[in-house]
Design a protein around this ligand. Sequence first.
Ligand code: HEM
Length: 446
Amino acid sequence: MTPPKPPSRPDRVALWRYAKLFRADLLSAQPARLYRAWMAEFRTPFFRSFLVNQPDLVAEVLKARPEDFPKSDRVAEGLRPILGNSVFLTNGATWERQRRIIDPAFEGGRLRDTFPAMQAAARACADRLGPGEVEFEAEASHAAADVIFRTLFSIPIEHEMAAQVFAEFRAYQQAQPIVNLAALIPLPRWMPRFLPRRARRAGRRIRALITALTEARMAEIRAGTAPDDLATKIMTTRDPETGETFSAAEMVDQVAIFFLAGHETSASALGWTLYLLATHPDWQEALAEEIAGAGALDFAAMSKLRLTRDVFREALRLYPPVPMMVRQAACPEHFRDREVPRGSQIVLSPWHLHRHERLWEAPDAFDPARWQSENGRKCQREAFIPFSAGARVCTGAGFAMLEGPLLLAEILRRFRVFPVEGRVPEPVAHLTVRSRTGIWLRLERR
Ligand code: HEM
């Protein structure tokens, strides 16, 4: 069975219609030719944007010269109220300093320290599940938020403040579903993008809650009573160049992005992976066998889950949680045979790159075995960017590649998953790639 893919729009549509389609859904607003094109230009009356699919151009933007393609300020606009000056939005020297302080907390060795908290969340997720039909996206969000709270602040999602932050994030997103895609919407820069009042209010409440958590932690660090979790690691790491640590205010911005970037994305990936396994029972059984053979699922055992990782990777390919990213050309460029004026928006689309018909064999098929094939290995290097690439690669990539297989393993160890008849999920891009009507699964105990 070919995994669900959104319908493409006809090649040519009027701008107003494009804007309307876009508001409905980013993915089906795009023409089918983007799955074959190396590059496409969108001319609007207000600015130009270039979607880049050619592997060497993608590498040029993300890896070779990231400083010439900073994050687009159009994207930042919509997210700033909640993320402030977080590492996700900054550029230049501020961004470099933030990464110097944050990156060490996510390094391989440190992940080993984080693992027990992640595992406790994964087991709690499997405990919450039971036999019968379930809308799994909600469960996945719950589980991924739990992972973040436990690893960052050593508190489970049931903690009153954690539960409140989680609920407010939901309200924020419901009020503001396409905020980070504002960069692609062909509106002139002078036109105000209203943040709905509900989103503004939820944003303020989220920041207040995170501030309280961060200030309490600062006090514990000073008193020498802080647990050794990610928050403590980050708040006590000194910038090797200046010797300074983050102030509490700076840390609030970073915590906000860890919540947002770290739970929505992992939740999206987990939901799609389980759906793909529900519809490919042979792969599901192969994974169950691998997981049973891995023993106690401690940190060392995770490296044995090779098939599980290949399946998770295949889900990240077919349903990249972050479907598109936007950069801005800081200087005039020449891409292929085209002039790219300064200030143009450069769109990198994991969604299209991962299903590119001239790069991947059977691009729309679910085939985790591809990762061991020559084509799969080549594409993994050149055309697979679920975590972006280069200097601005996702800080949490290693974390997420541990968390995803672990959650899968804890769930599949206890349950068999089946699709629910008549409930085929339809991918749509909101903050992340989700299903329009949720991901429905039927669970049976093993
Ligand atoms: C499957 C899970 C995840 C996926 C697919 C994912 C994907 C991405 C992508 C594509 C970007 C680059 C966005 C852009 O350039 O516009 C990014 C950035 C980022 N992600 Fe993740 N992410 C995941 C999980 C996480 C987790 C678990 C954390 C933290 C705990 C995290 C923290 C961040 C941060 C801080 C950035 C900003 C990095 C920078 O701009 O320098 N992500 N992520």
